[in-house]
Design a protein around this ligand. Structure first.
Ligand code: ATP
Length: 478
């Protein structure tokens, strides 16, 4: 099945649901737009991705430490960070369908659809779009929508409103009716703990603070499954440096992060792109993009935030946020790496989900996840449900379950059990058969090659560790 079509995307969404990876939120009440729940295998996969990132950051770099800051913070933080005034998206409504869109996305999608072969025209329009966005020239953006004859895909009309701003933070009230915000990025929790981390952990420049946590954005154009959600998770790292070393560290982190994604094994579908339109806090930025079923889109951003945030927080909080080193007193610059966990999940799911033709003419659906990310590392089955085979298989499961995430299953025939494990990405299956009773060996089957061989029961734990452990990949990364 081709990866770049709607059919594959529908298939992916349906596979994720039927095999317990991702469910629509509040489904029994009709669902909630752009909010999703992770199912039993989804949460295992997500936790493994988190562990991989966390260890890559905080184990492999001795000068990076982690924190877990709260989602709710004082609202002054968002004034200082510029989010109250600047964290806006553009908005346009179709008056007939009453649907709301981001005009920049409408234009980009239109250009992709109609001018993908006319590169000159495409580039001209995108250049004009980028210029108008930079200058905040809404009138020209609206003219562009009109000139391109963009129609709403639902009402099919060109009956558009004016373009206006929309702040993307979710606002709530505390018990005193004071405004609070659900954080739209995890980074500010890091900046506000700058002094605490320096003091408690005796950090010296250069050093980093990593964090994984939920963020919330009232996205206007919240479509494409878990690509753009209103509640999502970020894995962010802020790296504090001498200001003179900005370029060196920006290039360093761009390189490290891009290589990290390539390690996931789908090299040709990742690319690095420098920003043409910078966020309000950034002086340089690039995106790592993945080729999703709907085209190349951002998975991770690497930005130089310079001293923008610490300086603003110094001003607003009246507290010094500086380092005092070698008789010098200065606000460090910051290089940020900001990765969307859910987007990475979708990228990994996209690259792993395959429909394969088998030699016997049948097809199988297989999720070829990197084994260190697989939700289940090994499945243990009895060949038949009698003659003591289930008891032996259960004993193997019980003996090794504290070491690895395993599954015991006897609910279907062996062929169907293998297919099910293929579909959820389990790299190894172990089947207990009549020979097991005599030789203490089981049949081990590899997910990807479907090759089988006999292995001794006492070796199972070691084999799973070798084949699916994170250590091997972390060693390569370091
Ligand atoms: P986009 O341009 O796609 O809206 P962004 O540039 O606003 O993304 P950043 O603010 O740089 O994104 O956030 C860092 C990362 O957080 C992104 O690279 C992305 O992986 C993730 N992210 C941002 N917004 C969302 C969202 N609404 N849903 C899921 N992930 C998101």
């Amino acid at each position: 099945m081709k990866k770049c079509n709607d059919h594959f995307f529908d298939f992916l969404v349906s596979h994720a649901k039927s095999y317990g990876f991702i469910f629509p939120s509040s489904e029994i009440y009709g669902g909630l737009n752009a909010v999703y729940d992770y199912g039993p295998y989804g949460i295992e996969l997500k936790n493994n991705i988190k562990e991989f990132w966390w260890k890559s950051m905080t184990f492999l770099h001795e000068n990076i430490v982690g924190i877990d800051s709260s989602i709710l913070m004082r609202s002054e933080i968002w004034d200082a960070s510029g989010h109250v005034n600047e964290f806006n998206e553009l908005l346009i409504d179709n008056k007939d369908s009453k649907k709301r869109y981001r005009p920049d996305i409408l234009i980009k999608e239109h250009v992709e659809k109609h001018f993908s072969k006319n590169l000159r025209k495409k580039e001209n329009i995108l250049f004009r779009l980028s210029k108008s966005l930079k200058k905040k020239d809404f009138l020209d953006l609206k003219t562009l929508v009109d000139e391109l004859n963009i129609r709403d895909s639902i009402s099919k009309t060109k009956n558009w409103t004016k373009i206006r701003h929309f702040n993307m933070m979710f606002q709530i009230k505390n018990e005193n009716k004071k405004d609070l915000y659900l954080r739209p990025e995890t980074a500010q929790g890091i900046f506000c703990n700058f002094n605490n981390v320096i003091k408690s952990n005796r950090m010296k420049i250069p050093f980093g603070i990593a964090q994984i946590g939920k963020s919330f954005r009232n996205e206007i154009f919240a479509r494409k499954f878990i690509f753009r959600m209103r509640e999502f998770e970020q894995m962010e790292m802020q790296f504090f440096i001498f200001p003179e070393e900005e370029k060196k560290w920006y290039e360093y982190w761009k390189d490290i992060r891009f290589k990290w994604h390539l390690f996931l094994g789908d090299q040709k579908n990742y690319k690095l792109r420098d920003h043409d339109h910078l966020a309000h806090y950034a002086s340089a930025g690039s995106d790592i993009e993945y080729n999703f079923p709907f085209g190349f889109q951002e998975v991770e951003g690497i930005h130089s935030r310079r001293d923008f945030d610490l300086k603003k927080h110094e001003y607003f909080s009246k507290k010094k946020l500086r380092v005092f080193e070698s008789r010098k007193n200065y606000i460090p610059y910051v290089i940020e790496t900001s990765l969307g966990l859910d987007r990475l999940f979708l990228a990994i799911f996209t690259s792993s989900l395959k429909e394969e033709k088998l030699e016997n003419g049948n097809t199988r659906i297989v999720l070829k996840l990197p084994p260190y990310l697989s939700p289940i590392k090994g499945a243990i089955f009895p060949l038949v449900k009698k003659d003591g085979l289930p008891e032996t298989a259960k004993k193997i499961f019980n003996d090794f379950k504290i070491h690895h995430k395993l599954i015991y299953d006897e609910k279907e025939s062996i062929g169907k059990l293998y297919r099910r494990q293929d579909a959820i990405g389990t790299p190894l299956c172990f089947t207990v058969d009549y020979e097991t009773i005599e030789t203490n060996t089981v049949t081990m089957r590899y997910r990807d090659s479907m090759q089988q061989k006999r292995v001794h029961i006492k070796d199972i734990c070691r084999i799973i560790k070798y084949e699916t452990g994170l250590e091997k990949i972390l060693k390569k990364l370091s």
